[in-house]
Design a protein around this ligand. Sequence first.
Ligand code: PEP
Ligand code: MG
Length: 884
Amino acid sequence: MTYVYTFASGDKDQRDLLGGKGANLAEMTNLGLPVPPGFTITTEACRAYLRDGGDPDGLAEEISAHLDALESTMGRRLGQVDDPLLVSVRSGAKFSMPGMMETVLNIGLNDESVVGLARQSEDERFALDSYRRLLQMFGATVLGIDAEHFAEALDAAKKARGTDSDLDLDTDDLTALVETFKGIVRERAGREFPQEPREQLDLAMRAVFDSWNTDRARLYRRQERIPDDLGTAVNVQAMVFGNFGMSSGSGVAFTRDPASGAQGQYGDYLQNAQGEDVVAGIRNTVSLADFAEVDRRSHDELLAIMARLERHYRDMCDIEFTVERGKLWMLQTRVGKRTPEAAFRIAVHMVDEGLIEMDEAVTRVTGAQLAQLMFPRFDESAERTLLAKGMNASPGAAVGKAVFDSDTAVEWADRGDDVILVRKETNPDDLRGMVAARGILTSRGGKTSHAAVVARGMGRTCVCGADTLDVDTRAREFRTPDGVTVREGDLISIDGTTGEVFAGEVPVSAALVVRHFEGEKVDDDLVHAVARIMAHADGARRLRVRTNADTPEDAARARRFGAQGVGLCRTEHMFLGDRRELVERLIVAEDEDAQHAALEALLPLQRQDFVEIFETMDGLPVTIRLIDPPLHEFLPDLTELSVRVALAEERGEVDERDQVLLRHVRRLHEQNPMLGLRGVRLGIQIPGLFRMQARAILEAAADRAAEGMRPLPEIMIPLVASVRELEIVKADILAVAREIEEEREVTLTYSIGTMIELPRAAFLADRIAKEAQFFSFGTNDLTQMAWGFSRDDVEASFFSRYFEHAIFDVSPFESLDQQGVGGMVEMGTKKGRKTKPDLKVGVCGEHGGDPRSIHFFDKVGLDYVSCSPFRVPVARLEAGRSVL
Ligand code: PEP
Ligand code: MG
């Protein structure tokens, strides 16, 4: 087993083994770019270390051999007293986890070599500054000392000097600071700072390995769905110094603007600084244009290299570089992260520049990014009072009452309030509150803070690091510098796209992309980019996309968004509102006549519902599911009604209607309603109900057809477990159809199919297919029934523990459990088509709009997915990406 590779022996495709940073350092080395030499310790070494609790056999020797080679290339030994070679030790996992893991620079310095470095460099200040940085980083990351202790000592030194810039500290200050830092190490870690260079290197490497498993790294991985078992590589690289006086510096750059996607290089440079200073924002950086003024040669070389990297990677790259006394060095490159907006623009720009084909452009954007572009925005023309500006951590426009702790967030949200959770910063205990809130606002922390990372993972709007706000969680309020106080319960509006925080409720308006999907003519380059990508995805995809819609309005919108039919119309939603009373009459009917009368009253109303939906979906299939939920859902709550009746009786005011209702509520009460009288069971128990619905559907279709339209109803039976159930209700529906055909002297076009949402149905799909013209997988119930999880309870109950234990990394109600529930979908489809090769098969559970699940459904050969109207464009795009 080889655990260590020199940069020259790898390439960019070895991210599994060398991590992203290592693989790209190797690639740049082989491109002949100026990369300081070094080697990569593999992810395999990390996995072995974490598994066995120590360095794997042979690793130490391999490192020694590579260190020897590096030393001879550089002509200096690590920590050599008169002229030390120094190295950096950096983490680098397969997927970038910004800020989550460790880096230690200047390894090899100690009390002696710092003197040698000062002499060699003829710059004592630089040598001391490098040493104090090593002590600080090593202390915090390797020895686990709270970084605050070092930061406070550094602040104190600056204060004593009367400055707020570290550049003003002179050699005396730095000499003192080095001693202070060593004292902090002694006191806090209970040991001396290790003077032996190789020990420094080994400890730093192990600290990087260990950092794979910190809480924040685990949480980040869970949010970003990065597997827990990959491990990180470690890159050991000869140091080059950006803090070597004013002709040196460090910078970060992007080959295009990662925020907007606009063409043109973009970056920040900081003179006399090491890399972490640029990101930490301790001094103000200058733009690339100003960098040209400082050091034209390095600037020009950098731009040429950036252009070359972008052509080579055929994508937007981000880059870290250092200039040491006028010589440019490349420290990192990778395909850069970008906002959704930038992703769409860059993809089509690159097509126009001939760098990629349209097929590839479609794979360069995601449904999740498209969904983000569809979030509503605050109306810019509305009057707004800006309270603060923080970082735009997770997009969207959220309005709600300010709350300052998770318990209140959950409590208020439960009672129906929209809330914004306001915290100084969040920690994992706030997860419940974040889930309950519309948005999250913090006064501390950057875009990789817990709040930001978690909010993005959940798709919650988040503004973080609004540092002008004084958040006082005890007093349940925050204050702005101009004296405005926002108290618990006051409305605020936060814009996660711009980072702005407004007082009160700012009205929202639809995003441009949505207005385009709605059919409006929008002249905007982002909209044009989205339209081109969507057109290409539509042309490529095999999977059809339908919508779940219960109202004509939803159906119409979904059609504008590109839906190719209705995959699920839940008819029970048509029994609510004013019609609840009619349903009540049906339930309390004491004899057949009363039942019949109640159904007769419902019939015309139902028919009208379908007439309108057929009209909006003219020419496209409309799957209408007969009533599914248990009947008690249409009656008053048992406890409330009992109390009402008891109180009335006490007062001697007997309400007979209530008493009758109570009797029926008690009769229908079930311990496990999800497993009770619902779906097809209702249809068998109260046959008139399904018959009435079938009549409403088919008469509506006949009405539409009579007017020259082309209604295509598909009548769907829910919760079927046995083919016999289907046979019974199907016979009833066929009889109704024949009646209508005779009454109206027409031939109806319709089909009858079933949901597959019980494990038994999936197992017996070959038999069920004999009686069904189509299947639609109800993956909500199928997930509930397969795992035995109550879909209404478990997510808020114990799922967070399940995430912690990596039982799954995402709720199986959100993204399909491909092995278990997916296995049933695959089996059910195969079995069904064995009986009926042309059986139409779709899915209408929530998973129909989930990107990962859509790829799975495509792979197992379903004909369509059905999802909520707003997810339709997302599903179209993902269905396209799935085949490209
Ligand atoms: C399902 O179970 O997946 C489904 C679509 O039906 P419902 O969510 O209405 O139970
Ligand atoms: Mg269901």
